[in-house]
Unconditional design. Structure first.
Length: 252
């Protein structure tokens, strides 16, 4: 890959990860199709994208460490319930055709954006909800399912986590995005990248530009999410979610 293509990759990665870090997911909307259009197979593009997306989590974590915005118990719960699903999903995706799953995920993702749009008060204030045993059980089951989608598909699963934390556990959008960026961006995607790297192929020569764009984009997007209000984050979330959903339905 020549320097012009590397620069193009960097710009795509930068824009995708700024938007993703601000909205709480959706980097694959731009980044993965770009890798495929430049010549990678789906499985190689997926594994390469997963590695790069870890650095989105690193960039966002570096910014969020200054805020101390995560509740340790809930963070550990998200990891414990989501990571097994990620490993399961990453093992499944390389063995099946993903088009039907992408369409289904697209419809569901689109519905998330519409749902949030129709509820203006959603995620504007933080409250503790469903912290009982039953609440954690249902919440963990859904996080495991989202984790499986995260390991097997590419766009929108971080958006699922963001909205689930808002609607089920009562977080506001700003806090929910912080959880998603750190726990999904760094740990879920890191686990998926390792699993896919073992089972599939990674295009290592393409990673420098993608990693640089992910680091800078993750930090910048996290900074915007921290400094801007919940209303703007919610609106960007809805726009990104609808775009991701439509893209998945139409296909690449």
């Amino acid at each position: 890959m020549d320097w012009i293509q590397q620069f193009f990759l960097f710009l795509i990665s930068l824009v995708a990860n700024i938007l993703s870090a601000f909205a709480g997911g959706g980097a694959g909307l731009l980044q993965l199709p770009a890798l495929i259009l430049l010549g990678l197979t789906f499985s190689t593009a997926l594994a390469t994208h997963k590695v790069a997306s870890v650095f989105l989590g690193i960039g966002a974590t570096l910014r969020n460490l200054k805020e101390d915005s995560l509740e340790k118990r809930l963070a550990l719960f998200i990891l414990a319930t989501g990571l097994p699903g990620v490993i399961l999903g990453a093992n499944i995706i390389l063995q099946i055709d993903d088009r039907d799953a992408e369409i289904a995920l697209g419809v569901l993702t689109l519905s998330l954006g519409i749902y949030s749009w129709l509820k203006p008060a959603l995620g504007q204030l933080s409250s503790n909800k469903n912290r009982s045993t039953t609440g954690y059980f249902i919440g963990g089951l859904v996080l495991f399912t989202i984790g499986a989608l995260n390991g097997s598909l590419t766009s929108g699963t971080g958006l699922f986590v963001t909205l689930w934390l808002v609607s089920w556990f009562g977080l506001d959008y700003k806090r929910a995005v912080a959880y998603t960026l750190i726990l999904v961006g760094l740990f879920w995607n890191g686990t998926g990248a390792i699993t896919l790297g073992i089972l599939g192929n990674i295009e290592w020569s393409w990673l420098p530009a993608l990693i640089l764009g992910s680091l800078i984009g993750g930090y910048t997007g996290a900074h915007l999410a921290i400094t801007k209000g919940n209303k703007l984050i919610k609106r960007v979330y809805e726009i990104i979610t609808i775009l991701v959903g439509v893209t998945l339905i139409i296909g690449r």
